[in-house]
Ligand binder design. Sequence first.
Ligand code: AMP
Ligand code: MG
Length: 301
Amino acid sequence: MIQAEILARLRVAPGSKVSLKDYDPGWAQTKEMKALGKTAVKERAQAILDQNLADLAAAQELLYADDRYAVLLVFQAMDAAGKDGTIKHVMSGINPQGCQVFSFKQPSAEELDHNFLWRYAKAAPERGRIGIFNRSYYEDVLVVRVHPELLARQKLAVGVGKKRFWKDRYEDINAFERHLTRNGTVVLKFFLHVSKEEQRKRFLDRLDRPEKNWKFSSADLAERGHWDEYMRAYEDALSATSTDWAPWYVVPGDQKWITRVVVADVLTTAIRGLELRFPELSAEQRAALKQARDQLTSEQR
Ligand code: AMP
Ligand code: MG
């Protein structure tokens, strides 16, 4: 388990003004880890990850059996920050039946004909499940903010051009998340914070290795050109939407194993914090089970 104080440091305090410079994408090693040396750290990391997934599997089973709560994980990041890998890792520890993943792309014509939260509300996880949003309604205050022509496509009649426009969207998002949490969905949000230099390396890796070429898109390079605007949009959004009921975590993105440990840990801790129980049987149900058992045993000769 990651120490609670480390997780607390990565959690964005509600009402605080986020400056991403204060969060180190390369931060990974505790003093204890550094003292161990590199190979040992890798082994140690693997041990932590394995333990993490075992804990997560147990927590998920209880979540599923209890069937009153859901968990929504929201992932946002720049390209190549490790969203896909982290989702794959976290998923590898859990029962696929209790999990649903949605990856949001540019909205369709039908989606653009509705309010901006519509497509996300439809994809919110059922009770007992862990839902994962690979990108989310936050794109509507990030990519859409960086590229105003996308806003024009949303066919809005109200509010556009007003000073309060983005503030209003943050308010809508906070209210939506409040609604979800009041109805039993735990909302956890992760910004995978990769450095611009590490993104450069990962892009080059995608170009260098034929089996990774498919992951590279020249559109990603264009977005990289807007890096500073994105960082400002993220800072603004994180500051406005980290709430008591739906906190943001700024997760170091430059070392993949750290990203994975942090996410798995936040998730496991959150599920454990719920009052979950295996469903209890009533006296009648227990009597029915006894009868079934009697019937089955009487078949034996
Ligand atoms: P990828 O995740 O690499 O498949 O890319 C999906 C693309 O869809 C990204 O460029 C996102 O910025 C874009 N996208 C996702 N949600 C929205 C949205 N609500 N409005 C506009 N573009 C979006
Ligand atoms: Mg992409």
